[in-house]
Design a protein around this ligand. Structure first.
Ligand SMILES: Nc1nc2c(ncn2[C@@H]2O[C@H](COP(=O)(O)OP(=O)(O)OP(=O)(O)O)[C@@H](O)[C@H]2O)c(=O)[nH]1
Ligand SMILES: [Mg+2]
Length: 417
């Protein structure tokens, strides 16, 4: 479907990507560089020109690359006679289209309700102003009721999301108890987060060149057998200029970032350095809002699209910008993923090597448990069950407790990476 884009900014690329992602095409752009915003967003002359164009070309929708004040939105829709979507509305509509799982649907619903609130308030003022006592009265009560209904729904959705959060908390606690380390994959939308998750864990999360393919988190265990047990979580992408109430609505999903042991911040290397820096700074700002002292590794992805020299230059530029380790990778070609993993390991406590000796008649349950939760190096079942394992620091004490209880002996070997 065809729409037009109106803007007061020079760079409208991201907005056009969002619009395409929603399934519309921008047939024409109307730009008017100005700082002062009018009741119709742009100057009256420009708006008249736009109205004419809309009528002549059967345009069905108008996009505005900005946040409209409710009064501007009402004025524009009234005057132009077609739907008007501002940037946040476009993002919310994309979210609504993509939300599949219950949690994502609830989050989108909360965000949409928060978006609607000021518009309903504006409608309330308008109805009140226009109504004369005794004539067509009651309109303001209808709007006031609607406002109350929104408030009630917000409360209900918040309560339901709180329940989801508690479920998540329990799951996370269980995972930590089992010795897993939690790694979040964060970053600007379309950087390659889901691609990295799929590569590392064998998952089949949707990967797409559209923005905001992922709205729900997915947690999965790394495929590699002989290393520390890592759980990777894919998260919803960041984008600039999101109002705080959208971030709030996505709290239960974004919390995965705040509680991670390490955050892999993935960046699209194929973009201009200016854009890379801008997206990096948006992402870092969001992460800092979520977590005080995050452990971050930057993964500069899609280097398969660049020449060696360009990669080196971009890394130099990123180093000027931040002190975090920056690993150039290509998920597509599986390049440097080992180096990335090594940088992640550096943030984690070292692995523990343990040798255990347990009476044979008491060993069945423990052996099964060790098989599930550690890396078994060797097993000897002659007179005793003798087993050597590597485990994460997190479950060392649990193993010792279990073995001693079964009448066994435990030797710690020191650390191994
Ligand atoms: N050339 C190249 N393309 C890549 C690489 N990794 C991912 N892509 C592409 O980048 C696009 C986005 O990848 P996703 O994994 O969906 O990105 P995401 O960060 O999960 O995106 P959202 O969920 O939409 O925020 C897709 O078209 C991928 O095929 C890479 O290493 N090289
Ligand atoms: Mg994704």
């Amino acid at each position: 479907m065809d729409g037009i884009l109106i803007s007061t900014k020079k760079d409208n690329r991201e907005m056009k990507e969002l619009i395409n992602s929603l399934g519309y095409k921008v047939k024409k752009e109307f730009l008017q560089i100005r700082n002062k915003k009018t009741p119709y967003y742009l100057g009256k002359g420009k708006i008249e020109e736009i109205k004419e164009y809309i009528e002549k070309n059967s345009i069905e929708i108008v996009f505005v690359n900005d946040s409209l004040r409710p009064s501007q939105w009402f004025n524009l829709e009234d005057y132009l006679g077609v739907n008007v979507y501002d940037r946040i509305r476009v993002i919310l509509e994309i979210f609504a289209k993509r939300a599949k799982r219950r949690e994502a649907k609830l989050q989108v619903k909360l965000a949409k309700l928060s978006y609607e609130k000021p518009f309903v308030r504006e409608l309330f003022h308008r109805v009140k102003k226009e109504e004369k006592p005794g004539f067509l009265s009651g309109g303001e009560y209808v709007v006031a009721d609607y406002y109350e209904m929104i408030k009630k729904q917000v409360k209900k959705v918040r309560n339901e999301l709180r329940k989801v959060e508690i479920e998540r908390e329990n799951k996370r606690r269980e995972r930590k108890k089992r010795g897993f380390y939690l790694i979040s994959i964060a970053g600007y939308t379309n950087a390659g987060k889901s691609s990295l998750l799929n590569y590392l864990t064998g998952e089949k999360v949707t990967v797409d060149e559209m923005v905001f393919s992922t709205l729900s988190t997915k947690t999965s265990r790394i495929k590699k057998e002989d290393k520390i047990p890592l759980l990777f979580t894919d998260t919803v992408g960041f984008i600039k200029d999101l109002p705080h109430w959208i971030i709030d609505a996505f709290h239960s999903t974004l919390e995965e970032i705040s509680l991670a042991d390490v955050i892999v911040l993935i960046v699209d290397a194929s973009e201009e350095i200016k854009e890379i820096k801008e997206k990096l700074s948006v992402s870092l700002k969001e992460i800092y809002n979520l977590k005080e002292k995050p452990n971050i590794v930057i993964a500069l992805n899609k280097i398969d699209l660049l020449e060696e020299e360009e990669i080196a230059e971009k890394i130099r530029e990123i180093r000027k910008f931040t002190n975090y380790k920056c690993v150039p990778i290509s998920v597509k070609n599986g390049v440097n993923i080992d180096i990335l993993l090594n940088e992640i390991y550096k943030f984690l406590p070292t692995l523990q090597k343990i040798e255990i000796k347990i009476p044979l008649n008491n060993s069945d349950g423990i052996l099964k448990w060790l098989n599930r939760n550690t890396t078994v190096l060797s097993l000897d079942l002659k007179d005793f069950a003798k087993i050597r394992v590597i485990c994460s620091e997190r479950i060392k004490d649990k193993i010792i407790g279990k073995c001693l209880k079964a009448g066994g002996e435990v030797y710690l070997y020191g650390n191994r990476r």
